[in-house]
Design a protein around this ligand. Sequence first.
Ligand code: NDP
Length: 300
Amino acid sequence: SIKEAARVSMITKRLFASKMPGRFEGKVAIITGSSNGIGRETALLFAKEGAQVTVTGRNLERLEKSRQALLDAGISESNFLIVSADITTSSGQDKLIGETLEKFGKLNILVNNAGASIKDPENKTGISQGLDVYEQTMKINVESVIGLTQKTRPHLAKTKGDIVNVSSIVAVKAGWSLLAYYPMAKAALDQYTRSAAIDLISEGIRVNTVNPGIVKTGFHESEFGWSAEEAKKFYDDMGANRSSIPVGFTGRPEHIAKTIAFLADRDSSEYIIGQNIVADGGTTLVLGIHANVLNSLSNS
Ligand code: NDP
């Protein structure tokens, strides 16, 4: 019968699908900041799609959670490596790259995802924050990316590899009075990406950024010294306010992981070079003058 034929065809398709190689089969990826948030989700997605991944961060407990998440997803220990390293140090960068090459023998993808808005030790805000906060902010969001890009360049040139930097919508042309330095760092990262992209494409290496809007991770807990409940309230309130996030909900790590995967997969995005792909639920489309209109529409 037609019904029976459709059932057999569906089963055959499923069998084939389970044998189809993943997008990242045979690829080796370093994902920085994968002890938490967006990076952990990206490591999971890449590994599920066949990549061998290096998971990294400084915090051992967080790294252990990532290890457990990979094992729970059925990823074998031979397909991932955990490296604890502070990537703002040259020795941390060397350790990360060295151990990856030692275990997997090559590098195809670098995701520069680690980043942070550094909390002021005296709770100062905006342009009153000291130069030490500025310097630490530049170190993690920009200098670590410069160092890792320079050091992985010969390895990525060999494999015609791909780099995805995780920037932010704070890099757009708007003022950020509460925290001035983090947006400056991400704007610098966007511009660095353009220069790196035009320089490295002659060696076959592609560089792009994803610029997320607000995403539920550990980011705002670190940024403002919030508790998990305070952060949850912030994400819930933001998501319920369409003048902040027009799509009507706060971003989740997988939204960004999928965008990173698109930009890291040559087959999907080969012709995209040095671009900033915004994934923000529409946040950057809203100007202050729209806010009241959007609010009244969403309340009606
Ligand atoms: P999380 O705070 O959840 O994760 C940050 C990750 O960066 C952790 O794994 C942390 O590891 C790592 N990291 C921080 N400093 C260092 C360091 N010196 N050396 C090594 N690793 C470090 O935040 P997200 O997942 O949200 O952040 C990921 C990226 O997304 C960042 O670049 C952030 O700027 C960007 N972003 C996030 C947004 C959001 O709303 N969440 C919005 C826009 C951009 P550990 O603690 O183990 O050292």
